[in-house]
Design a protein around this ligand. Structure first.
Ligand SMILES: Cc1cc2nc3c(=O)[nH]c(=O)nc-3n(C[C@H](O)[C@H](O)[C@H](O)COP(=O)(O)OP(=O)(O)OC[C@H]3O[C@@H](n4cnc5c(N)ncnc54)[C@H](O)[C@@H]3O)c2cc1C
Ligand code: SF4
Ligand code: SF4
Length: 342
């Protein structure tokens, strides 16, 4: 297939894995990544190993970056943006590279690996961006990656009591986000395990609707930590800042039909995966109008021959699932070339 060239839009773990799989079959690959660095969201994740590896998948990303960057048949343009894409047999594309120069090329297929947007909890009643010590799970990843321990943003102290609020922006009918984001329970449990391993006295509580058993490693992570954390099945309400700079969380215990409240030093919002990555505007450039914003696995979202989607652009999934999906998509692309050839 050395005469074939594929454009991959998005250099996250799904885009890079698709590129690597295609390059193994002598396909030339061009990756356009809008950020200055490739790796996508997972690049900011921290290793959560304690005594042993807890299978968080974070190290897969570095592995994929190294393999893609060093492959002679993969050309990566980071800090680049696609400006035009048109189809006359092949796809003719124009993009602006990081030096603000216009580049053009022709490709035989396009893979949308534009990923997801983390839910922005700014409009939820939890005080995100109003109170320094209300952070998201992604903020927590970055902080632990940088400092090794979790500290309260407001005063730098190690928090004694932490609350995780699950399903923020997922499984929420008021937002019409009915999906489970699949990764945030496992991610929060691993994070709690890591925090406890660094400071055993830290009290950790999970506020959840119900714990989903997504991901094959979920039970393993739950078993690791379940005796060391409180699981509170409740509907969280408002958060207030007290005079001594604690966070007062109000919640409704549906099983008991009563309101309750508790003080915490740090609140972590487990925000989930929402559709993103400007995929809609790119699809419009190739003449496909999308009725509404959504994940690309919805029927009718991709129906242009030669255009494929990989990874979380299609819906929530883990790093390992995104890599597995990339393998399947690469095979679909190769089959598409083969069918054209016959
Ligand atoms: C809170 C949270 C915790 C998680 N924890 C875990 C975990 O512990 N373990 C795990 O396995 N998974 C975890 N995940 C899931 C993991 O982040 C995803 O599986 C993975 O990032 C998916 O990779 P992707 O390439 O599909 O998407 P992304 O990581 O979103 O990458 C997409 C890339 O495309 C680029 N892009 C988007 N639009 C364009 C455009 N128009 N032009 C050019 N480039 C573009 C983006 O800049 C980005 O680099 C977590 C997710 C969340 C939200
Ligand atoms: S999978 Fe996660 S926990 Fe295991 S070594 Fe890799 S980064 Fe660390
Ligand atoms: S993985 Fe857990 S926190 Fe995330 S949406 Fe599903 S149930 Fe909620």
């Amino acid at each position: 297939m050395s005469d074939k060239k594929v454009l991959i839009i998005g250099g996250g773990v799904a885009g890079l894995s698709t590129a690597i799989e295609l390059a193994k079959h002598d396909v030339k690959v061009v990756v356009i990544e809008k950020e200055k660095t490739v790796g996508g969201h997972a690049r900011q994740f921290t290793c959560k190993a304690t005594d042993a590896c807890v299978k968080c998948g974070a190290c897969i990303v570095e592995e994929k970056i190294d393999a893609a960057v060093s492959h002679p048949d993969i050309t990566i343009y980071s800090g680049a943006r696609l400006t035009e894409i048109g189809q006359q047999g092949q796809f003719a594309i124009s993009f602006i590279n990081q030096n603000e120069e216009i580049q053009q090329c022709k490709v035989d297929a396009v893979v949308m690996a534009t990923g997801f947007q983390p839910f922005d909890p700014i409009n939820k009643p939890f005080g995100y961006k109003r109170f320094d010590d209300v952070i998201t799970n992604l903020d927590l990843e970055k902080r632990i990656r940088k400092e090794g321990v979790v500290r309260r943003p407001s005063d730098g102290n190690i928090p004694g009591k932490i609350a995780f609020i699950q399903c923020v922006g997922s499984r929420d009918s008021s937002l019409n986000h009915l999906w489970c984001s699949r990764v945030c329970c496992g991610s929060a449990l691993r994070m709690a395990n890591l925090i406890k391993s660094r400071k055993k006295s830290t009290e950790i509580s999970f506020f959840y609707i119900d714990v989903q058993t997504f991901g094959k490693d979920f039970q393993y992570n739950y078993d690791l930590i379940k005796d060391q954390v409180r699981m509170i099945r409740a509907i969280p309400g408002d958060i207030f800042l007290t005079a001594d700079r604690k966070l007062k969380l109000e919640y409704f215990l549906s099983s008991e039909g009563k309101q309750a409240e508790e003080l915490f030093d740090l609140v972590v919002l487990s925000v989930g995966i929402t559709p993103g990555g400007n995929a809609d505007s790119i699809l419009e450039k190739i003449g496909l109008k999308t009725a509404e914003k959504g994940f690309l696995d919805e029927p009718s979202m991709i129906s242009v021959p030669g255009v494929f989607a990989a990874g979380t652009a299609k819906g929530p999934g883990s790093i390992a699932e995104s890599v597995a999906d990339a393998g399947r998509v690469a095979l679909d692309v190769l089959n598409y070339f083969q069918a054209q050839h016959n």
